[in-house]
Design a protein around this ligand. Structure first.
Ligand SMILES: [Zn+2]
Length: 478
């Protein structure tokens, strides 16, 4: 069917219907709400329906798109053609034929006129090869393929913009931090060869507490020490950091669920196990990943799908760790053998965690309100960037229109989303060694909280009323 309608003029405008122009036919159909209003509906008007294929009949050719379910009411314009199902055929199959090289050659052969346009009658004569597979099945396969393709294209677009972000910053420290994070992202695109390579990337680009533990693994003096660092410290650091980030995401996005509640309950009692931290992180990840646009810093992509490699890998390390009750490796030979396995798991785990390079943990050293553009106050802060394994944290400045608090940990995700991590992560001076360390609440009760530093494992008991109140509110609200 050939479209007939045009963009509405003031005197001739249909009250309900929009119009699909040739330029609205792209990789996807332009969202209905962005279409212009149509001229009035006439007898010859063609109203599109979900499942129809819409094509542009003028240049550039080969733009065909399927009208998705739930698309609003719209008429086809005079520069488009609409193909509608007459019998049981797969419209996705026809769509992919029209977009294929062979399909394009057939379409070219139908061109008529000095300004070439697709002739509708000739189009109807194009022989589409028969498909032996049931239409319902091929529809499903091709639709899934297309949505995966669109997802990848959007990710590639995000990668491009990551690159240009390097040049947007004024401070050399932020430029260096951005280059570091690209380093980590490379690992997510290309699988890295050896554990040394993975460690090197992660030590530069990952959030500080994880990077620091990785350095300890890298430099452990013996196979025995290395095995212990990977299976115990490594796993605990990753699991605790991930749980803290996910808790902050859950609070910020009002995500709730059984695993989140059960994790919060165990922190309010004796402390959470790695199993419950991980179950909670999975629940948060799966609820942000339902929609690509709502994914946060790659979390949903990495952990949102129960069948993803990251999820399986995360199951293997606790298994290795639990061997401490039983066939724990005894001889040096056994150690080296088991170390080899544990290293393999860790390397793959680091690759699958490379999205963490998109999460920059920042600690607000000073905050002051300043006058904003619109008369409302903005908040000016200086932040320490907790990235990489070096504890000389670089200082950057940032202005935010929403309130910031001094002495809190934040996560800057993909360079633009600022997520409050307090009090799931707390940065404090350590009474054991005097360094500034990143703590998580291991457990807390009425009168005191047991904080444990992620980077060095040093404990700290805290009875400060402010923190206790913030902990209660942060954990009961989940
Ligand atoms: Zn310490």
């Amino acid at each position: 069917m050939s479209g007939r309608n045009r963009v509405a003029k003031e005197t001739d405008r249909d009250p309900d219907l929009r119009v699909i122009r040739a330029e609205d036919v792209g990789v996807e159909l332009r969202p209905w709400a962005d279409l212009p209003y149509s001229t009035r509906r006439r007898k010859s008007s063609v109203e599109v329906a979900p499942g129809d294929i819409v094509g542009s009949i003028s240049r550039p050719y080969g733009r065909w798109v399927l009208v998705p379910d739930g698309y609003g009411r719209a008429l086809a314009s005079d520069h488009t053609v609409v193909l509608r199902k007459q019998r049981d055929v797969s419209m996705w199959y026809i769509l992919s034929f029209l977009r294929s090289e062979r399909g394009k050659r057939w379409i070219e052969s139908t061109f008529r006129g000095t300004v070439p346009r697709i002739a509708r009658d000739e189009l109807a004569l194009i022989p589409v090869p028969d498909c032996p597979i049931e239409s319902i099945e091929i529809d499903m396969i091709l639709r899934d393929y297309e949505s995966e393709l669109i997802r990848l294209e959007s990710e590639v677009g995000q990668l491009r913009s990551r690159l240009s972000a390097i040049h947007d910053t004024e401070s050399p420290v932020e430029t260096a931090a951005n280059v570091d994070s690209l380093y980590g992202i490379v690992a997510s695109v290309r699988s890295v060869g050896s554990l040394e390579d993975s460690l090197r990337i992660a030590e530069n680009a990952f959030p500080y507490p994880i990077a620091r533990t990785l350095r300890a693994i890298d430099r452990s003096p013996s196979p025995r020490a290395k095995y212990h660092e990977i299976v115990h410290e490594g796993l605990e650091t990753v699991s605790t950091t991930l749980a803290s980030l996910c808790a902050a995401v859950a609070r910020d996005h009002s995500i709730s669920g059984r695993a989140i509640k059960s994790w919060a309950d165990s922190v309010r009692r004796n402390g959470a196990t790695i199993g419950s931290q991980f179950a909670m992180a999975l629940e948060v990840a799966s609820s942000v990943s339902n929609d690509l646009q709502s994914d946060i810093g790659g979390l949903g992509q990495a952990f949102g799908d129960a069948n993803s490699p990251a999820v399986a890998l995360f199951g293997s390390l606790p298994e290795e760790r639990n061997r401490i009750h039983g066939d724990y490796p005894k001889s040096d030979f056994q150690f080296r053998q088991r170390l080899g396995e544990a290293e393999g798991i860790l390397r793959e785990l680091l690759d699958s965690l490379s999205f963490l390079a998109r999460w920059e943990i920042r600690y607000s050293e000073s905050i002051e309100p300043i006058e904003g553009d619109n008369g409302k106050p903005d908040f000016y802060g200086t932040f320490r960037i907790l990235r990489g394994d070096n504890s000389d944290w670089d200082l950057v400045e940032q202005i935010s229109s929403s309130p910031l608090y001094r002495g809190r940990a934040y996560a800057l995700v993909d360079g633009h989303i600022l997520l409050d991590l307090h009090p799931y992560l707390v940065v404090r001076d350590c009474p054991v060694c005097g360094a500034l360390e990143v703590y998580y609440p291991n457990s807390f009760g009425e009168g005191e909280a047991n904080l444990k530093s992620i980077d060095r494992g040093h404990p700290q008991v805290c009875s400060d009323d402010g923190i206790l109140r913030q902990l209660r509110s942060a954990f009961t609200s989940l």
